[in-house]
Design a binder for this molecule. Structure first.
Ligand SMILES: Cc1cc2nc3c(=O)[nH]c(=O)nc-3n(C[C@H](O)[C@H](O)[C@H](O)COP(=O)(O)OP(=O)(O)OC[C@H]3O[C@@H](n4cnc5c(N)ncnc54)[C@H](O)[C@@H]3O)c2cc1C
Length: 266
């Protein structure tokens, strides 16, 4: 089976990219192509126009500014993993990027592509939510809690381009992932971030979309120890089930990964 024909564009700035998105019938942005190209090969996506944002210099790079880190949308996972400034202030994010997929995926895949795609098993959404980040686009700024809206869906509107993500630097943070043995994707991933007495816990892989666990956040805010999580469970009812891992297995893995993340930090 072949991909449908499409017109390829490689604009030099986001304005030109936005103009193609507005004009073309069914245009799609392509970043690393790691998710989009396989879905085109399967004809799950058949855009009329592909807008490659890989030549837009403004969409590249990591900036650590005081208590914030801005990661531009086209920064690859390998670049995030290797960034010395990030490793100093927010090593949990560099570690997360270093654990994504395999070397080829890390060299091509991007932060913007990952969060726009909103794969339920993607790692980045958990960091974006746990670190109370803000997603910046060509049109507005979107709080993390409002960005991920469901299975492969986000608050992004047609023609809106993610330009980067502004992360708050926590006192400490850790991402623990139960890796899918074949792809590296998260069967369950738990990102725990502590800033002062505020703790945020975000879970990916388990449900149709990233979610927080208020009971864990409350317990950890009172006592930041693995023991504080004793007896706290997430209901399996809303979790995903597939031939490899049942919803009950995923629910248990959330509790285990959360305890491991806290134990690593406490
Ligand atoms: C074998 C394999 C293993 C993987 N393992 C993991 C893993 O362990 N953890 C993990 O988190 N991910 C994993 N991934 C996903 C990967 O890391 C990429 O993040 C993901 O494929 C999307 O990024 P991309 O840059 O390739 O986006 P693309 O495939 O180019 O685009 C994806 C979607 O996002 C849209 N888009 C891209 N950039 C923007 C933007 N700036 N603004 C708005 N929309 C945009 C595109 O139009 C498209 O709809 C894996 C992928 C593969 C193929």
């Amino acid at each position: 089976m072949h991909m449908r024909e499409f017109t390829y564009h490689r604009p030099a700035d986001v304005k030109a990219a936005g103009a193609v998105l507005e004009k073309a019938a069914e245009a799609k942005l392509v970043a690393g192509g790691m998710s989009l190209l396989p879905s085109m090969k399967l004809r799950l996506a058949a855009p009329s126009d592909l807008v490659d944002i890989g030549a837009i210099a403004a969409l590249k790079g990591v900036k650590a500014e005081g208590k914030e880190v801005f990661v531009s949308a086209m920064t690859t996972h390998a670049e995030v993993a290797a960034d010395a400034g990030l490793e100093r202030v927010l090593p949990a994010l560099a570690d997360l990027a270093d654990g994504i997929g395999d070397p080829a995926v890390r060299r091509r895949g991007t932060l913007g592509g990952s969060i726009a795609n909103a794969d339920p098993a993607a790692c980045y959404p958990s960091a974006v939510v746990a670190l109370d980040a803000v997603v910046e686009t060509t049109k507005r700024k979107i709080a993390a809690d409002d960005f991920f809206t469901g299975l492969f869906t986000t608050a992004l509107e047609p023609g809106e381009i993610v330009t980067g993500v502004r992360f708050k630097v926590p006192d400490k943070a850790k991402y623990m992932k139960l890796r899918h043995p074949a792809s590296g994707f998260a069967v369950v991933g738990v990102f725990v971030a502590k800033t002062g007495n505020t703790v945020r816990v975000a879970v990916t892989g388990a449900g149709p979309s990233v979610f927080r666990v208020p009971a864990m956040e409350k317990a950890l805010s009172a006592s930041f120890t693995a023991k504080a999580l004793d007896g706290i469970t997430v209901a399996a009812d809303d979790l995903m089930s597939d031939i490899h891992f049942s919803a009950e297995y995923r629910a248990n893995a959330v509790a285990v990964m959360a305890r491991r993340a806290v134990a690593a930090l406490a």
